[in-house]
Design a protein around this ligand. Structure first.
Ligand code: UDP
Length: 195
């Protein structure tokens, strides 16, 4: 289905379902991968933040999260199949992970939020195989322990909610230390799924 560039950010023309299939195909093959969710705010940030631009250009998958991104494609005479929000994808991944008992780790947001997300998802979809949770406010000294826990608990899907661009840069910097794990930056999604 290919990609559509929006201000030099290469965004995949895929659906929510195809995104889920990509994630579990990586999981099944034991591959690491990075996923970012593009909205207008992120694309604009990437115009000034060259490190963010490089990280997005090197990501394994950038999904069309924001309505502004779909609009920008239409201005070029192109059309995304659908809007693929980080929130919809995160919930679908957790649903499928519960069904398959895939180890998931929820990293980010304020104290207790990730745990509430896990509890809410378990009410909807049944027991998760939870590799761990950690808040998104941590010291440099704690970071190594978080990375070790993600890897040693056998995490296959890691959702990272540290805000843009911190989460994208964190995933890029640490992907190779996390074991074979699909990592997705999810922004404010934990706050939504905790509510
Ligand atoms: N956040 C975090 N650590 C930080 C900064 C932010 O865990 O150092 C969390 C914050 O609590 C929120 C999420 O990151 O749950 C996304 O924040 P925000 O909505 O401001 O960012 P965006 O939607 O632009 O990614």
């Amino acid at each position: 289905s290919g990609k559509i560039d929006v201000l030099s950010v290469p965004i995949a023309n895929i659906t929510v379902e195809e995104t889920k299939d990509f994630v579990f195909s990586c999981v099944d093959q034991g591959l690491a991968a990075s996923i970012a969710t593009a909205n207008a705010e992120m694309v604009m940030k990437a115009q000034e933040d060259k490190e963010l631009a490089r990280v997005l250009q090197g990501a394994d998958l950038v999904i069309p999260d924001g309505a502004g991104v779909l609009w920008a494609a239409e201005q070029q005479g192109k059309k995304f199949k659908e809007r693929v929000t980080g929130c919809d994808v995160a919930e679908l991944l957790l649903k499928e992970a519960a069904a398959r008992q895939t180890p998931v780790y929820l990293f980010g947001a304020a104290d207790g939020v990730a745990e509430t997300v896990a509890a809410n998802m378990e009410k909807r979809y049944g027991k998760l195989r939870l590799a761990g949770t950690h808040s998104g406010f941590f010291s440099a000294a704690e970071e190594g322990d978080i990375i070790r826990e993600i890897r040693e608990q056998g995490t296959k899907i890691l959702l990272v909610a540290l805000g843009v661009p911190k989460q994208e840069k964190w995933i890029h910097a640490h992907l190779s230390e996390l074991g074979p794990c699909v990592c997705m930056g999810v922004g404010g999604t934990f706050d939504v799924l905790a509510g």
